[in-house]
Design a protein around this ligand. Structure first.
Ligand SMILES: *[C@@H]1O[C@H](CO)[C@@H](O)[C@H](O)[C@H]1NC(C)=O
Ligand SMILES: *[C@@H]1O[C@H](CO)[C@@H](O)[C@H](O)[C@H]1NC(C)=O
Ligand SMILES: *[C@@H]1O[C@H](CO)[C@@H](O)[C@H](O)[C@H]1NC(C)=O
Ligand SMILES: *[C@@H]1O[C@H](CO)[C@@H](O)[C@H](O)[C@H]1NC(C)=O
Ligand SMILES: CC(=O)N[C@H]1CO[C@H](CO)[C@@H](O)[C@@H]1O
Length: 565
């Protein structure tokens, strides 16, 4: 083992926003702790994350909040977050008569969505536009929390109001909202936000809204059954014989939802992440570890949670809502977590994707198959260098005699890369809320694993003598096993991260098409939902797209086509 001291390096604790927003730190950046010893046990490039780690799941759900694409794929929500809808936001409501709702009702953030609700049996379509006259306090349920399908989309709401999942009450939306409003009254909640084809804000009371316009529009589209406004609980209605909704009529709604596909997503709802409650928080909800065991992420849900953890859910919501003000964030550290998370995604998403494509060249079946492994190696190293642009320390060089089997020489680069975004070093960490401690751990662990793989590959490349401007130490053929290993490592990392931005249409769609992430109720086999039949398991097996939403191209010019086999 080599002497570690020589790998000590400067770790500048210079955070730009410390300089901008003096908190507890001095207003000018300083260079404290000039020398940091690299503990190779802690910065071991061979040590992969624990199989029990949930940090990548917390990271991806948080990084995907309010984004349609990801929440259409992972429909079962895992976080509940207070937020506001600011003053001056337009909200839309469609109905078959000209009445302003006097009780709890639905509003859409896009009029393409609310229009769909004024096509009942009556020929009239009244379309109301409202503006918020103050900021509304809402609670956001992530996932496809307004999708009326079986399998867990409404669990986070149902456990909140009924302490259980209620698949038989999926269509009892008026009762669900009434009970949510009743529960939320003690926290002065104005409503709840959810997602299906597009985002919606369910309001308990319309008094904080001012009417901007009410107009009568021509009715359109197939009949839509509104949930009964009077609370009456009966068996869910059976939907049979409803005509297929032609894409031409409904595409505008799908299009509006897709405006919010990727970051920043639906930005009219502002979430306070310092108060986020995550069901992937294993300290708060330990019983779900067992529930998720052996299941794919698509199958994760809340049903199966223990009594104790249901109580923890209520208690944690009480904590985060009790003093929830009208500004975001209203407490805690004021760190902009959403942006910090996005910085990581931005830095690595495209680069890792390109790296995976480059490494694909070693597969004889790949479209870019190349027998010139030197070229593939050069190309891959170039990407690795890009990702390590500010971390590859001059002092980090491998010993010439190959004695360093654990690649201890590269540990300082790993540490530097992994801690740059590390909030554990923030001088104001003591002001973090419980939710923020979860967010900061998820960010650190996720960033760390990305750095571990990138540095590991880079170090191996350096040892193999692949350095810009240096002659190769070995013939290109010797790279093949290395490149195969790299491909496995990168595939493993990207599978672990599982960022939805990587789920794309391949090959890319044509000009007259759009890449569509299947979202309720517009699936391949049945553009119009088979509500009841979904309970029939044979039917689900037959319905791969329902089980595993995967993007595909759909034609958006005539002739429209949902199926696009
Ligand atoms: C690094 O981790 C690997 C795998 O867990 C282990 O075999 C090795 O001993 C570790 N090396 C050091 C220096 O801790
Ligand atoms: C749900 O459980 C909580 C505590 O765990 C309890 O306070 C509440 O009354 C229950 N609600 C219903 C509807 O049973
Ligand atoms: C890599 O190649 C496989 C086939 O070997 C293919 O399925 C996959 O889409 C390719 N990935 C990329 C990013 O090109
Ligand atoms: C392989 O690629 C390298 C680097 O791009 C190039 O220098 C070399 O000539 C190529 N070898 C063959 C056989 O094409
Ligand atoms: C589809 C594609 O981009 N294929 C590329 C695979 O790699 C070879 C060699 O670099 C390129 O010539 C192809 O265009």
């Amino acid at each position: 083992m080599r002497q570690l001291g020589i790998f000590a390096f400067l770790l500048p604790l210079v955070f730009s926003f410390v300089a901008q927003t003096p908190l507890t730190a001095p207003s000018t950046p300083t260079l404290p702790q000039p020398l940091i010893q690299v503990d190779v046990r802690q910065w071991n490039l061979s040590a992969s994350p624990s199989v029990d780690s949930v940090s990548h799941l917390v990271f991806d759900t948080v990084a995907s909040l309010l984004q349609h694409w990801s929440n259409s794929r992972y429909r079962n929500g895992h976080s509940v977050t207070p937020g506001i809808v600011p003053i001056g936001t337009l909200l839309y409501h469609g109905r078959e008569n000209l009445e302003i709702p006097t009780g709890p009702e639905w509003t859409a953030v896009d009029p393409e969505h609310s229009r769909a609700f004024c096509r009942g049996a009556a020929p009239d379509c009244w379309h109301l536009t409202f503006v918020t006259t103050r900021s509304l306090r809402v609670l956001h349920f992530d996932g496809s929390s307004a999708s009326k399908i079986y399998g867990g989309t409404m669990d986070t709401q149902d456990f909140l109001v009924w302490n259980r999942s209620h698949p038989d009450w999926i269509f009892d939306e008026a009762e669900r909202l009434r009970d949510l409003c009743e529960w939320g009254r003690k926290y002065q909640l104005d409503g709840f936000s959810r997602m299906q084809v597009d985002f919606e804000v369910m309001l308990c009371d319309f008094s904080p809204l001012q009417t901007v316009s009410y107009v009568q529009l021509s009715p359109e589209g197939p009949p839509y059954r509104r949930p009964a406004t009077t609370a009456s609980r009966g068996p869910a209605p059976t939907f049979t014989g409803i005509p297929q909704s032609p894409l031409g009529k409904t595409y505008k709604l799908v299009e509006a939802g897709a405006w919010h596909n990727f970051y920043p997503g639906e930005s009219r709802i502002k979430l306070d992440l310092t108060r986020l409650v995550s069901f992937y928080d294993t300290d708060l909800f330990p019983s779900l570890v067992q529930v998720r065991s052996g299941l794919s992420r698509l199958e994760h849900r809340i049903d199966g949670i223990s009594e104790r953890d249901i109580q923890a859910y209520h208690e944690r919501l009480d904590e985060v809502l009790r003093d929830f003000g009208n500004d975001v964030p209203s407490s805690a550290s004021s760190v902009d977590w959403r942006t910090l998370y996005h910085v990581i995604v931005e830095r690595y998403a495209d680069r890792l994707e390109m790296l995976r494509y480059i490494l694909n060249a070693t597969e004889p079946t790949a479209e870019n198959y190349s027998q010139n492994h030197t070229q593939t190696m050069d190309s891959a190293m170039y990407r690795l260098h890009m990702m390590l642009t500010s971390y590859a320390l001059q002092t980090a060089t491998p010993p010439m005699d190959g004695s360093d089997e654990d690649r201890v020489w590269a540990s300082p680069v790993f540490q530097h890369c992994a801690t740059t975004h590390s909030s554990s070093l923030f001088p104001f960490r003591s002001s973090f809320s419980r939710s923020e401690l979860l967010l900061s751990k998820a960010l650190e662990d996720t960033n760390r694993e990305i750095c571990r793989i990138v540095v590991k590959l880079w170090a191996e490349g350096i040892e193999a003598g692949v350095q810009p401007g240096f002659p190769l130490r070995a013939p290109g053929d010797e790279f093949l096993p290395v490149l195969k290993r790299w491909k496995a490592d990168v595939d493993g990392l990207m599978g672990w991260l599982d960022w939805s931005t990587w789920r794309k249409c391949r090959p890319a769609c044509g000009v007259e098409e759009v890449c569509y992430m299947p979202t309720w109720p517009y699936f391949k086999k049945t553009p119009w939902p088979f509500f009841q039949q979904a309970l029939n398991l044979d039917f689900i097996d037959d319905f791969e797209e329902w089980r595993n939403p995967t993007p595909r191209c759909i034609r958006i010019l005539e002739p429209f086509d949902w199926h696009n086999p």
